[in-house]
Ligand binder design. Structure first.
Ligand code: C5P
Length: 209
């Protein structure tokens, strides 16, 4: 059993990295951002407010991890809404419980998010913190949207990324920050392949390879 905790801000490349690592090591993978996104989307779909903790906690408690639809939840606006429900301790408590249950399934799992190394799986033997400058992350997100035929303005995306960072770093419950024992991977200059190879070195060392 091994647990890998992978944290970092929006559009840092952690999702791509997590999927590749999960495939290489044969681990379950959970993108915990999708769990917060699903709660926000459920509220939006029902026309309910995003700032009512009782309603949001109820959606979080009812969430089925097996039913998370990445395609539907990846929409840019849902990420913004997710960071609003993610400040609520009741929502976090309900989702963290499900995330921990997921992490305990053999043969092990990689979870990516904001608080995996600090709160969800503080005993994970491998913790990675992936980051990049806000400008680099906004550019990646912008290219992704445009390449899928969508329309986006770079300045708007950058402003969104910065607002989301501020909310994730500044919240009282489980703010975004690297765990003390996390390995830092800055992908501003490093490409995804180099980040992947570097992560593999840390994981292999933990596995005793
Ligand atoms: O990673 P992603 O952009 O999908 O996350 C959406 C939002 O969910 C984040 O901005 C953050 O507020 C919240 N989140 C969180 N804790 C996690 C994962 C995501 O608070 N472990």
């Amino acid at each position: 059993m091994i647990t890998i905790a992978l944290d970092g801000p929006a559009a840092s490349g952690k999702g791509t990295l997590a999927r590749r690592l999960a495939a290489k090591y044969g681990l379950h993978h959970l993108d915990t951002g999708l769990t917060y996104r699903a709660v926000a989307k459920a509220l939006l779909d029902k026309g309910l407010p995003l700032d009512d903790e009782v309603l949001a906690e109820r959606e979080a408690g009812a969430l089925d991890l097996a039913a998370l639809d990445r395609k539907v939840l990846s929409v840019h606006g849902v990420g913004e809404a997710a960071s609003r429900v993610a400040v609520m301790p009741g929502v976090r408590r309900a989702l963290v419980e499900k995330q921990r249950a997921f992490a305990s399934r053999p043969p092990g799992a990689i979870l990516d998010g904001r608080d995996i190394g600090t709160v969800v799986c503080p005993d994970a033997p491998v913790k990675l913190y992936v980051t990049a400058s806000a400008a680099v992350r906004a550019e990646r997100r912008w290219k992704e949207i445009v390449s899928q035929g969508g329309e986006a303005e770079y300045a708007q995306i950058l402003a969104d990324v910065e607002r989301r960072d501020a909310r994730d770093i500044g919240r009282a419950d489980s703010p975004l920050r690297p765990a003390e024992d996390a390995h830092l991977l800055d992908t501003s200059e490093m490409d995804i392949e180099t980040a992947f190879q570097t992560a593999c070195v840390y994981i292999d060392a933990a596995l005793g390879h």
